[in-house]
Design a protein. Sequence first.
Length: 247
Amino acid sequence: MSIILKEKERIDDLQRGGLRVIQRADAFRFGTDAVLLADFASPRSRERVCDLGTGTGVIPLLMYGRRNNISVDAVEIQPDMAEMACRSMQLNGLENSIHVHEGDLRQIRSLLPHAGYDLVTCNPPYGKAGGTLLNPDESKRLARHEDTCCIEDVAQAARWLLRNGGRLCCIFPAHRMLELCDAMRGKKIEPKRIRMVCSGADKAPNLCLVEGKLDARPGLVIEPMLVIYDENGCYTPELRRIYGLDG
């Protein structure tokens, strides 16, 4: 499909089954954390998925690239980003599989059905409210700082959306992992699987991937460390697999 790009927009190849995403050079663009979360979440066949704070819509696209019989609802608070994500779905011919909703996840009850989802994903803002300098660019500020969304809001929205036993998958700074787990448990979403992420094998973790299940019993699996770069500064074999760089 022919899509008209707006000023400063570009189309990027996701290296996943020919899927592409529209991004703006002067706005927030997806990074490695979104790619890692899409791989970690690993939706199952025919699952119904919701991505909260979808931004450009890259996480739904990457998950669809791995499992093309899922349906996804994506929520984005910024009107211009939501509109751009909609055009990305049209660009890929996926507007009937991935639906973008402009709205505030804190008002999720007015947007999407209760207990209608098997999996919820979120790459929430990392900057703790009042703890970091705010980015003057609105799209970057909303994506990076807890201006309009904190992890408790994400957990509350996921609680509404998930079926019993449904999963919430998030990526978050490693030093705030306990905050994320506390927020999940506060909404009866029990952390069940954690994987730490580090830039090198000799480095401390800087990110964590956490999966929780609604109304599940306690019992946590700690997965092997996910290492980004090898000793030569190149992507590790696992990162190459995640990015689809080896065909």
